[in-house]
Design a protein around this ligand. Sequence first.
Ligand code: 16G
Ligand code: MG
Length: 551
Amino acid sequence: MSSSLPVDAIKVASDKHPKPSDVRYQYGTAGFRTLGKLLDSVLFRVGILAALRSKRLDGKTIGVMVTASHNPEPDNGVKLVDPRGEMLEASWEAHATTLSNASTTDAFIEALETLVQTAKIDLSKPARVVYARDTRPSGPSLVNALEDGFKAIGAEARDAGVTTTPILHYFVRAINTKGTPYSYGEDSEEGYFTKLGQALKKLVAGRPPVSPLLIDCANGVGAIAAKTLAAHLGDTLPIVLENTAITTEGALNNACGADFVKTSQKLPPSLSNVLKPGQRACSLDGDADRLIYFYLDERGSFHMLDGDKIAGLVAAFIVEQVKIAGLEEQVKVGVVQTAYANGASTKYLQERLPVKCVPTGVKHLHHAAERYDVGVYFEANGHGTVLFSDDTQATLRDYQPSTPAQSRALENLVSLTELINQTVGDALSDMLLVETVLSHKSYTGVEWDSLYVDLPNRLVKVVVSDRNSFKTEDAERRLVSPPGLQSKIDGLVNRYQGGRSFVRPSGTEDVVRVYAEANIRTQADELAFRVAGLVYDEAGGDPASRPKEFL
Ligand code: 16G
Ligand code: MG
């Protein structure tokens, strides 16, 4: 190796970003995430780590996103994006955790030296990064700390400004594929919006005009992106933007946004006088990578169309287009879900195509979806996308259709590969995908909703003394520890018609989550309550979180 770490420059800069002594950081499922005011040293160190990751990958551009997604406004976070626009490789999550916890500048330098050795990083390689942030008030100062990290190690850094998480992922892939046969698009926002807009126009050409779609932007960065998108789409898709108060203190994700809608199964109060019965509406989360649809029926009752409903709608449409195109033999479509998928959605999908269940977290779903020719993955919380393998994209390029119907279906499939952000779940791209299918099927929300009827379900959390004592298997559907607890859960579940329940430790909060569903509402609630009680009794729960009856 021809050069070494610029230790002096790193030391001087690191002293300006000391690690608080009483905090332990962890790079979890969604990167680092905690109160924004605790993250200064983490951002500085992540700047250096991103540069090293780039050097390790021969100067490929690495992405850094500063966001805390659907979390409340005082929180912030940061995550790294690998060269194809996917999540950071798992083995580097541990390096991130180690570097962030080095207690002093000297300990940090030592940890860096060790990383360079063990990961065999050639320091003479260039380091290239692209970074962005959401609209959180703590963003600008955290970005300053990140930039100090880039400067200290001499990385070539490109500021993508304030943008959504999925747009940053798109940039990373676009930059790294520029000028290659796998070119993903122009590496600019203009390029992103043009790509999506053109694909949508092709897909809905000749279809009747649609009524306006209302978007709840969670008072976050999605408001900015959705506004630009609306301008690109014009009459192709009329859009009404709500919850766009990105500068109002405390507004972000507050009683609005995809996580609020999914968790509370309610209409954001801010929309109660705005949304008309029958009108299509959707919510983005704070960094616009999750999407939940909903509508009010004639009687004003709220109906939610979550990630499972999106998976059902989209997978069935793709299967249909593949069949019409005459590609059934060459192109196999599969779906990936987690244990949180509603049992009715799993049944609906399994009757049509292969379905795989994997542990919670985008990276698990993404990797499993890569094994299909076309892999559709969605978490119930609204995060998901569709992946077309390189071979499948080549098949679509080379295929010679023999009828006009085949030809049209083939064009649709090719346009879908352009419309869909294949790097990661993207609320805006997914929204256009849903709108495409609704337009093709002439579905309103009501018809979409009636593809299958959700089983009533309930999600509760229990605070326990040590959530790490909970270990799962079978894609988190069964507990192996604490010993004996699973058989007690099984005993309870058997007493409920259509009953299903599982328990897993959260990856983002210090709690254990309990999910239950059953054929009728009261039974689902009761089952969740009873299983939570078991967990509480077995694991020394905090009295304050003793499960309360919600019947
Ligand atoms: C993170 C994950 C999300 C998962 C959620 C589960 C990413 C980018 N995000 O937000 O996929 O559904 O965590 O949270 O992987 P939990 O472990 O607290 O239930
Ligand atoms: Mg998010």
